[in-house]
Design a protein around this ligand. Structure first.
Ligand code: MG
Ligand code: MG
Length: 255
């Protein structure tokens, strides 16, 4: 069932997503060689609680932490651990917040120090694909237009799109209908209407698109072991131009 949001509900969603955006901004200052991913998780949890939110992922389906931290060949859903970041890693920090009954959800893939040029290009293209997908989230378009735009940009640049993991509606629940695939055909699928709130989250692999689930029951990993990138925004379908509720300003201001 799809829940279209009122303007009042969208205001609350904006507050939750602002807190996610600020949390990712705080994390961007901490990411450096030698920092454990569990340390990042603690920083995020404290910051969210200090600012009146609850970690949105903690306990969700039994997820044990605040952040999903996915390194290199991990695509999404990595569990924070004692692993210490090292020069050349890429690290996706996916953050969810629950506040005033509404969820925020956004993700950014950071470089640790200098990463090789092909991996830099993967990050750039994945982020571009996110914004190309968002451009399609306007009233009168179809859900397939979002996936089509993302897939086209990925494949034109010789990267592959993960099929099994998708974006989603978001609101009082972290995951609502509809599913938002990062591939598709333009003009197909649900017709988009103002007030639909979507988490759009392309996951692009440097190598082949195949993935598997790690033995820990959570982390999704590329089958060929090559790096993957993941960027996510929560957006409102509007007439003419989508409204982005999360933002990367707190990250990119200081990088
Ligand atoms: Mg997310
Ligand atoms: Mg999401």
């Amino acid at each position: 069932m799809i829940f279209y949001k009122t303007e009042e509900e969208i205001e609350l969603l904006k507050l939750s997503n602002e807190l996610v955006a600020k949390t990712l901004g705080i994390l961007s200052r901490e990411i450096a060689p030698g920092v454990s991913t569990l340390r990042l998780d603690k920083i995020a949890e404290e910051y969210i609680r200090d600012n009146g939110g609850k970690p949105g992922f903690l306990g969700y389906d039994g997820f044990p932490n605040t952040l999903c931290v996915s390194i290199n060949k991990q695509v999404v859903h990595g569990i924070p651990s004692s692993y210490e970041l090292k020069q050349g890693d890429i690290v996706s920090c996916d953050c969810g917040v629950l506040m005033n009954g509404f969820y925020g959800d956004s993700s950014y893939t950071f470089s640790v120090g200098t990463v090789n040029t092909e991996v830099q290009r993967l990050l750039k293209i994945t982020k571009e694909a996110l914004f190309l997908g968002i451009e399609q989230a306007i009233e009168g378009n179809h859900l397939g237009d979002i996936g089509f735009a993302i897939q086209k940009h990925a494949e034109q640049n010789s990267f592959s799109v993960v099929r099994e993991m998708v974006g989603h509606g978001i609101g009082r629940n972290l995951h609502e209908d509809p599913q938002v695939p990062n591939f598709g055909k333009s003009g197909r699928g649900l017709k988009l209407r103002e007030g639909l709130v979507l988490a759009i989250e392309p996951m692009l692999n440097l190598g082949k698109r195949d993935i598997y689930q790690d033995a820990d029951g959570w982390a999704i990993v590329t089958a060929d072991g090559k790096p993957a990138a993941h960027f996510e925004h929560t957006v409102v379908v509007r007439k003419g131009k989508a409204q982005i509720l999360s933002n990367f300003e707190f990250i990119e201001d200081i990088n």
